[in-house]
Write a protein that binds this ligand. Structure first.
Ligand code: SIN
Length: 281
C-alpha cells in the first residue's frame, strides 16, 4: 500500500491495493490510516454494489440510513445522484455536516464510491474538527467541553423543508416527514473513541441550538463555531475520479459536497458503518 497525504489537515490517497481482495492485515492498515488521516481515498476500485457492501461489512456493522431508501437489491447501499437536468437545484450533502449527527449512534465511517462524474467540479470538501478544536483558546475549549447541543434532521428532512416538495433531489429516494422533528442532545466537544482526541461536534446541517438555550441565544456562538470549523487550513479536498472510493470518519470531520456542475450528471454510491454514542470530552 502506498500512502500519500493530501493536505496539511490530513486526508490521504492510498494506492497499490485492491480492496476487493484485501486481507485482514490490509484492513488493519486501512483503519490505522483512517485514524491518522481521517479521510482516505482509493482510486481505481472497480466496485459494484455487492463489492461495496462486502467491503463496508469488513469495517463494522452497517449504519442506519434515516430518510434515505437504499437500493432494492442492496438496502444498505444508497445512490447519491444529481441528473444533468437538475439545474438550479440543491444537491445532496451541499451543506457542512457530519453524517446523521441527530442519531443516538451516528455512523463512525461513511464510504462513497464514484460511478459517474461531471467533467469538472463535484468535489467534496472535508474539515478536520480535531484541528478546529485544538485551535480554540483554552478558555473557549473549557467552556465548550461542558456544553451540549440539540441536533435534529428537521431543516433538511422535516415537513416544511426544501426537500419536502420534491423539486430538489428528485433523483434520490428521500423520505421527509414529522419524524425529522425529533431532537437529541450531543456533546459540543466529542472525544474520539479510538484516538482519545477531542473534536468539535456542531454542524450547520443538523445542530439547532445549545442545550437549555433558545435558538436566538445560541445563534451567535454557533455561527462563530461554524465559520471557525471550516477555516481553510482545516480542510481537505477530494477531487473524484470514476471508481474512486473515499472513506471518512464522521467523528472527526465535517464534509460538504460542492454543487458546481449544473448540466452534468453525478452518481456515487454510499454506505455507512455503525458508530457509538458520542462521548463528551
Ligand atoms: C454526502 O454528504 O454524503 C455526499 C457527499 C458527496 O456527494 O460528495
Amino acid at each position: 500500500m502506498k500512502i500519500k497525504q493530501l493536505s496539511g489537515a490530513g486526508g490521504a490517497e492510498i494506492t497499490e491495493i485492491n480492496l476487493a481482495s484485501a486481507d485482514d492485515r490490509d484492513i488493519v492498515e486501512i483503519q490505522t490510516a483512517l485514524g491518522k488521516f481521517l479521510v482516505v481515498t482509493f482510486p481505481d476500485q472497480d466496485f459494484d454494489d455487492t463489492a461495496l457492501a462486502q467491503f463496508t461489512a469488513r469495517l463494522g456493522s452497517f449504519g442506519n440510513e434515516p430518510f434515505l431508501e437504499g437500493e432494492a437489491t442492496h438496502p444498505h447501499v444508497v445512490a447519491v445522484v444529481k441528473e444533468a437536468d437538475e439545474t438550479k437545484r440543491l444537491n445532496f450533502g451541499g451543506n457542512w455536516h457530519s453524517d446523521w449527527s441527530f442519531l443516538e449512534t451516528p455512523p463512525s465511517f461513511t464510504l462513497l464510491h464514484a460511478r459517474e462524474l461531471p467533467p469538472f467540479g463535484g468535489d467534496t470538501l472535508f474539515a478536520n474538527q480535531i484541528l478546529a478544536y485544538e485551535a480554540l483558546s483554552v478558555g473557549m475549549r473549557q467552556l465548550l467541553e461542558k456544553m451540549q447541543a440539540v441536533h435534529s434532521a428537521r431543516r433538511p428532512y422535516g415537513p416544511q423543508s426544501n426537500l419536502s416538495n420534491k423539486s430538489h433531489l428528485r433523483s434520490m429516494k428521500i423520505k421527509t416527514g414529522p419524524e425529522a422533528l425529533a431532537e437529541i442532545l450531543q456533546p459540543v466537544v466529542r472525544r474520539h473513541q479510538a484516538s482519545g482526541r477531542n473534536a468539535l461536534y456542531v454542524n450547520k446541517g443538523y445542530t439547532i441550538r445549545f442545550a437549555d438555550m433558545t435558538e436566538e441565544e445560541s445563534a451567535g456562538l454557533l455561527e462563530y463555531l461554524y465559520q471557525h470549523a471550516i477555516r481553510p487550513e482545516f480542510t481537505i479536498r477530494v477531487v473524484w475520479r470514476t471508481n474512486m472510493l473515499t472513506i471518512w470518519d464522521n467523528r472527526a470531520v465535517q464534509h460538504f459536497a460542492i454543487n458546481d456542475y449544473d448540466g452534468f450528471r453525478r452518481e456515487l454510491r454510499r454506505t455507512t458503518v455503525m458508530g457509538e454514542r458520542p462521548i463528551p470530552a
